[in-house]
Every structure is written in structure tokens, then in C-alpha cells.
Design a binder for this molecule. Structure first.
Ligand code: ATP
Ligand code: MG
Ligand code: MG
Ligand code: MG
Length: 473
């Protein structure tokens, strides 16, 4: 099955089970200033779960655009390092608003995976919250899951909460064993391990409590269900590949990158990584632009800018030194445009915005990379393997180099980063900037200098935006 067909099969299955099919909401949450990006299917239903809003349906299903870069869930720095994480991805989900609960949620998930998609039962595991005997029993009864394949995990992994107070409850994850070839090989590798072998495909959240200010849990009168399954992950499993990036969802994009660079995705090592990072970041950028985000020095726009810059840096590894992302826009629209018509509408704008943004960073990228290489060389000579915070800060401050580019380069050369030192310097810069902006007339020239710098081609990043960045990333 193709990725597109899996998406459709999911929505069709839940429609048959009486669910209202609700379109994806925007990546920019409509009325939730506390949230940087929509990061799960439940976000657009938050008020329904809280009982603040009524809908004409009690069960719903969706395929939701999600972004996990910045904010509480941040997978930006996993991209390129794991086979299962993206910044932008699609989350398939079914929801019950005080209607069905654990038994049906488990039954539907199991039937969909094993009957509709035909996954082999012997490869599947589930995790449940340590104290959730009910879920463990249901998995045995409904799915015939043997006790030894039901893994009990603690609060960190298997207890979900909307916030410090409010609805919360245990969850249960469905895991697919991709086989020992994919794993880390550690003796304790098993479901719950951080490597890619025991792949978490679907998370079922059983919202059954409400937590009050004292931390006490009260049972909700009408418990609810919130589930999420990554389309790219389930597609990888169905297509028998061990990386999301090897699925047909990415094949057109990979072909486009190959065509521009003359390299091939399968080359391995740094080259394959570069293809993956570029593919992910390109897709994310276009979806963000289509939802109205433009590159800037703060908030959502700054996340977009970081993503574009990181993609450019990986482009260099493929010899792509001219703006290139904008040329790949049609590849993304081709794969996603029919399900997400906003991409078709935004195609020209995305090309233009990417081209401008890429051109702006080109020179500083070369210059900054040279300086970084020089610093690494000097450190090597001294026998040091740790990049000082001062260097990371200087590259950020002078060249608009997001810290993750420094990290990628440093890690690939076997260096680590002094992030604490970097954070300290950022905090100092922020404090200094507050001082100067409070400023008197005598400070004016300094302020003007900064302003003109920020308007000029140099990607100076104002210190007020540093604080934004520190808060969101
Ligand atoms: P992981 O432990 O692998 O990081 P998670 O527990 O953070 O995943 P959830 O918050 O439970 O993920 O999200 C529900 C589902 O969404 C996951 O089971 C997975 O299939 C998918 N998913 C989560 N994060 C990503 C991501 N960064 N890229 C692609 N799919 C994801
Ligand atoms: Mg995660
Ligand atoms: Mg998890
Ligand atoms: Mg999870």
C-alpha cells in the first residue's frame, strides 16, 4: 500500500465505525497562544475534551498536520539521527468525546492494524501504564496479546496530561518490532528503548482523570479517548522499510534532490543523512509557509528560519551551494497537494520565500562554516574535543548561525558542545540588551547601529529574539 492509501484506509475505517472525519487544522494553533505549533491531533479538540465546546458528534477521526520543532515537543535535532522522527509529520487519530472508552479504542486499533493493514501479530507489542491493570487485561482479552508482550512503563512514558492541571490519564502504545538488525544491540534493548528497533507506531491515550491544583486525581464522569499514529511510521512498517524516509511518501522528494545534486539517496553515511534532513526540512518549510508562517527572527518564523538554514547546511554536503530548496517545491506539492489543497495555493509563494531566504543566508553560511572549521582545527591541535560556548555564541551572534548547525558539524567531527557556556552568554546578552533598550539618549547610536544591522543583509538576530529562542527551543 502507498502512504496515500494508508491515510485513506484509516479515515475510511473510522468513518465506518461512526466517526466524523474532521479536516486537519492549521499548523498554527487557532486560539492557543501557549502553543507554538499544532503538535498532535487532539489540539483542535482541546476545548471539546475540556467540556467547553459542544460538537454535533461524539466520535471523530482526522489526519492532522503536526510540527514538533520548538516548544515542549522538539524533534528538530532528532532529524538526521533517528529513522523515525520528523519536524513535520502527519498524525492519524481517532477521538471519543465521552463516548467509547478503553475497550473500543483497543479493539479498533487492533482490528485496523491486524485486519485492515494485515500486520503480523507476532511482531506487535504493547506498553501500558504501570498501574493500568484494566488496559493490560483488555489487551489480553481483545487482542489475545500474551502477557509477556505487554510491557508496563512508568509515568514518564505512559501517563499523559494536557497540562499541570486538567484532563489526564494513562496511555498505551502499540509497538512494532523491526527486528534485531535495526536495533542498538544493547542487552536491555526492548519495547521502550530509545533506538528504532521497537518502533512506537500508535499511542492510545485514556483520558480518565482530572488533576486539580493540589495534584489530586479525580475520575472524569465521562472518560474520553485521544489517539495518534504517525502516518510515516505506519507506512514504513507496511512497506517493509526500516526508515520513514525510505517510504514512497518521500520518494519523489528524494528523486528531486538527486536530480539537483547528482548524488544518490542510497550512497550511505553523511550523504544519506543529508538527503533525509533536506527532505524533512523542505517538507516542513512548505507546510509552514502554506499556513502563513514566514521566516523571521522570532517565534514561529524563527523556527522556520532555523529549519531552512539547517537544510542549506546539509545541502552543502551534496554540493548544493546555490539556492536549491525553492526548486524542490513542486515535488512536495505533487505528493501532498491533492490532500492538502493549501499547498497548491501556496506553491508560488513558497518558491519565492524560500529563494529569498536561501539567498540571504548563502554568504554568511560559507563564512560561518569556514570559521567553525578553523576553530575545530585549532581545538584539535590543542587536543581538545569540546567546542567552547563562546565560539557557539560568536557564530550565532555574528553570523546568524543557529546552534544546531554548529552541533551537526561538531558531532560529525567527533566534538561535543559546551551548551551551558553558550546559554550563559545568551543570558548575559539578553540582560545587556534589556539594559541598552531601557537606555538613555547616550545609548542611541548603539541602538541605531543595531537597528540598521538588523535591517541590512547581515542576519543579525536581535537579543529580544534570543530570549524568544531560548524559551521555545
Ligand atoms: P517517540 O517516543 O518515538 O518520540 P512520542 O511518544 O513522542 O514518539 P506521541 O506524542 O505519542 O509520540 O505521538 C503519537 C504518535 O505520533 C507516535 O506514536 C508516532 O507514531 C508519531 N510521532 C511522534 N513524534 C513523531 C515525529 N517527530 N515524527 C514522526 N512521527 C512522530
Ligand atoms: Mg517523542
Ligand atoms: Mg514515545
Ligand atoms: Mg508516545
Amino acid at each position: 500500500m502507498k502512504g496515500k492509501e494508508i491515510r485513506k484506509a484509516f479515515l475510511d475505517y473510522f468513518a465506518e465505525k461512526g466517526h466524523e472525519i474532521v479536516p486537519s487544522s492549521s499548523l498554527v494553533p487557532a486560539d492557543d497562544p501557549t502553543l507554538l505549533f499544532t503538535n498532535a491531533g487532539m489540539v483542535q479538540f482541546k476545548r471539546v475534551f475540556l467540556g467547553e465546546e459542544e460538537r454535533p458528534y461524539k466520535r471523530a477521526a482526522s489526519c492532522q498536520k503536526c510540527m514538533r520543532a520548538g516548544g515542549k515537543h522538539n524533534d528538530l535535532e532528532n532529524v538526521g539521527y533517528t529513522a523515525r522522527h520528523h519536524t513535520f509529520f502527519e498524525m492519524l487519530g481517532n477521538f471519543s468525546f465521552g463516548d467509547y472508552f478503553k475497550a473500543e479504542a483497543i479493539e479498533y486499533a487492533w482490528e485496523f492494524l491486524t485486519q485492515r493493514l494485515g500486520l503480523p501479530k507476532e511482531r506487535l507489542y504493547v506498553t501500558v501504564f504501570r498501574e493500568d491493570d484494566e488496559a493490560a487485561t483488555l489487551w489480553q482479552k481483545i487482542a489475545g496479546m500474551p502477557a509477556e508482550r505487554i510491557v508496563r512503563l512508568g509515568e514518564k512514558d505512559n501517563f499523559w496530561a494536557m497540562g499541570d492541571t486538567g484532563p489526564c490519564g494513562p496511555c498505551s502504545e502499540i509497538i512494532y518490532d523491526q527486528g534485531p538488525e535495526v536495533g542498538c544491540g544493547r542487552p536491555d534493548c526492548g519495547p521502550g528503548c530509545d533506538c528504532d528497533r521497537f518502533l512506537e507506531v500508535w499511542n492510545l491515550v485514556f483520558m480518565q482523570y482530572e488533576r486539580d491544583e493540589t495534584g489530586a486525581l479525580r475520575p472524569l464522569p465521562r472518560p474520553s479517548i485521544d489517539t495518534g499514529m504517525g502516518l510515516e511510521r505506519i507506512t514504513a512498517v507496511i512497506q517493509g522499510v526500516s526508515s520513514n524516509y525510505d517510504t514512497d511518501l518521500f520518494s519523489g522528494i528524494m528523486a528531486g534532490i538527486a536530480e539537483l545534486s547528482g548524488r544518490t539517496y542510497q550512497e550511505g553515511g553523511e550523504i544519506t543523512t543529508a538527503f533525509r534532513v533536506i527532505a524533512d526540512h523542505l517538507r516542513a518549510s512548505i507546510f509552514l509557509i502554506a499556513d502563513g508562517v514566514v521566516p523571521s527572527n522570532e517565534g514561529r518564523g524563527y523556527v522556520l528560519r532555523r529549519i531552512i538554514r539547517r537544510a542549506q547546511r546539509f545541502g552543502r554536503l551534496l554540493g548544493l551551494t546555490d539556492p536549491f530548496l525553492f526548486r524542490l517545491v513542486p515535488r512536495v506539492v505533487e505528493e501532498y497537494g491533492d490532500f492538502y489543497p493549501e499547498l497548491q495555493r501556496a506553491e508560488r509563494a513558497a518558491e519565492k520565500i524560500l529563494e529569498i531566504e536561501e539567498s540571504r543566508f548563502l554568504e554568511t553560511l560559507s563564512r560561518g562554516l569556514e570559521i567553525l572549521e578553523e576553530e575545530l582545527r585549532k581545538l584539535s591541535e590543542k587536543g581538545e574535543r569540546r567546542v567552547p560556548g563562546e565560539v557557539i555564541f560568536r557564530l550565532y551572534d555574528t553570523y546568524g548561525f543557529p546552534q544546531d548547525i554548529v552541533r551537526d558539524v561538531a558531532l560529525s567531527r567527533g566534538f561535543e558542545l559546551d551548551l551551558e557556556g553558550f546559554e550563559r552568554l545568551m543570558a548575559e546578552a539578553r540582560a545587556r540588551s534589556r539594559e541598552s533598550w531601557k537606555g538613555t539618549l547616550s545609548r542611541a547610536p548603539e541602538i541605531l547601529k543595531r537597528l540598521s544591522e538588523s535591517l541590512a543583509e547581515t542576519p543579525f538576530v536581535g537579543y529580544e529574539t534570543l530570549s524568544t529562542e531560548a524559551e521555545i527551543l
